[in-house]
Design a protein around this ligand. Sequence first.
Ligand code: HAM
Length: 435
Amino acid sequence: MSKRLKKSKTNNNQFLRVPRGMHDILPTEELWWDRVNKVVRDVAGFYNFHFIETPILEFANLFARTTGEETDIVQKEMYTLRMKKGELLALRPEGTPSVARAYLQHHLGRISQPQKLFYIGPMFRHENPQAGRYRQFHQFGFEILGGTNDPIYDAQVIIILWRIIEYLKIKGVALKVNSVGCKVCRPLYKRQLQNYYKSLEKSLCSDCKRRLKTNPLRLLDCKNSGCIEFKKDAPNLLDRLCASCSAHLKGVLEYLDELGIAYSLDNYLVRGLDYYNKTVFEFFVEEMEGGAVGGGGRYDYLMEILGGRLMPAVGAAAGIERLVEVMKKQGVKFVSKAPKRVFLIHVGELAKKKSLKLIEELREAGILTLESLGKESLRHQLRAADKEGVDLVLIIGQKEIFEGNVILRDMKNRLQETVSLAKVVEEIKKKFKGN
Ligand code: HAM
């Protein structure tokens, strides 16, 4: 055993459960996760977004530069790994910086403008685990990179998240929208905010004392009850936006009105990531008290920060665990018409030898086929077929093989008939069509 492993503080049997904040997605969850994946992929296809998969490990600096050196995510929550050569890698806490990095590295802008990309995958944040807050969680995200900074794109990512939530049959969604300004109007606002909070410094929590110096916008997002009180009289950025940010926000809201999407303006919504400018938004559902189910915004400066040229970009992401939890709490039911299936039963060695080939023929014909090849007795295999609730059972034994036949048993009426092996696919298709 390596020295590092010997020194590890893990107790003897601790490895038999997942680390704190991590969780398994069990077969009992399959239906929910499949549904989210399907809806995300369908919506992405409809709006012409292409799939991108980036590595889970990236250079830690990528997130320090983009998500923000002063954010909680980079300061406190990033899992980092020091490589032998001294490089510091990080388990990605979010997807946006990786997609932007991939865009620049592979010159994706040359393919088309804008690039519309989506991703689904695990993210890692060393947060305090609680309901809906994990250390490994899954997000799907949509990013529009390049093109123009037209508010129509902000509205499009909002409608995408809205539609996904709607197709997941989640009710009671509240959309909050804000603008965090730009390089022109935000510095002035930050100073005004700092001036306001300076007189209150002694009463602020330790995090806010730090934020006052390094990241004053985040003062508006503090969840500490003492600090929440001070927000009421803080200056409002919406009143101080420059003409360009004002017009942009107006444009986004007009599109949302046109689409019939209800929203409320929330000037305290500042998001926990530093790269945003202009529009920011979050989706909330009552059943998820721990936080938003999704959020995003515009990030026109991010590419420049990474060494590219100034380039408009906007995107959004949602947490799959949170969406699944809400669906469960709201008792969402999916009526899925189960596809018709057959179960192949073999009796005897010779039949077992033939069964794999027969399964392949059925698969090629598009017939969903289950089996229990490890079980030998007819009774056990029939019981397994019953448990699966299949429509038809195919039975082959020694006699059937010699005669070139197979027994077809209809599990609804328990009637069985002998069919020629050469015609079995045709026969099954006929039966599945008929009922
Ligand atoms: P975010 O708001 O940090 O944004 O995360 C998006 C969503 O991920 C949240 O609304 C929440 O549903 C889920 N989430 C975040 N942290 C956790 C956690 N610890 N446990 C469970 N779920 C969580 C972003 O990540 C940005 N990259 C979104 C974006 C895309 N902005 C522009 N493009």
